[in-house]
Ligand binder design. Structure first.
Ligand code: AMP
Length: 145
């Protein structure tokens, strides 16, 4: 990466790259996984953030986790979809970003994750940063240099 390119990219901040919370599909910890599955299928996303009732970030939930949790030995136990809660199957180890996280850290995070949630100092959810947004900027820089 040339120093000019590195400087331009590192000037970018999370705020200008993220999708703000109001445009992000999410579910709540206490929702049944049936609701989460509906949100995921309707939105077409493979995974979405999980928040508590105070809009604090709690984790992420995806289609694979939901389907695994209702997988019986001989059949898919569909009736479990209304029994199991989002908090029982969500991932809690998904990395998060802060508004002041630098671009290169964001880049490293999205190598292994399609998106990362952005939280403020109180842990309140403020948006997501996607791999697509980061790659778009890297692509722009390559062609600009
Ligand atoms: P993309 O880079 O647009 O393909 O998004 C990557 C992943 O980020 C998607 O599969 C979703 O898990 C998540 N995502 C992107 N946009 C949204 C959104 N508006 N609401 C919820 N999740 C999203």
């Amino acid at each position: 990466m040339s120093s000019v390119m590195k400087k331009t990219l590192t000037d970018l901040n999370v705020m200008e790259l993220m999708i703000p919370a109001e445009k992000v599909a999410h579910v709540q910890v206490g929702n049944p996984i049936e609701h989460a599955l509906l949100v995921l299928v309707e939105s077409g996303y493979s995974s979405v953030p999980v928040l508590d009732m105070h809009y604090k970030y709690q984790g992420t939930i995806g289609k694979t986790q939901i389907l695994k949790s209702v997988m019986g030995i001989e059949r898919i136990e569909v009736e479990q979809l209304s029994e199991i809660k989002v908090e029982d199957v969500m991932h809690q180890d998904h990395p998060t970003l802060k508004l002041d996280t630098d671009f290169l850290t964001c880049l490293k995070v999205v190598i292994n994750h399609a998106f990362a949630c952005v939280v403020d100092e109180d842990g309140s959810f403020v948006g997501i940063l996607t791999r697509r947004a980061i790659l778009k900027e890297v692509n722009k820089s390559i062609y600009a240099s």
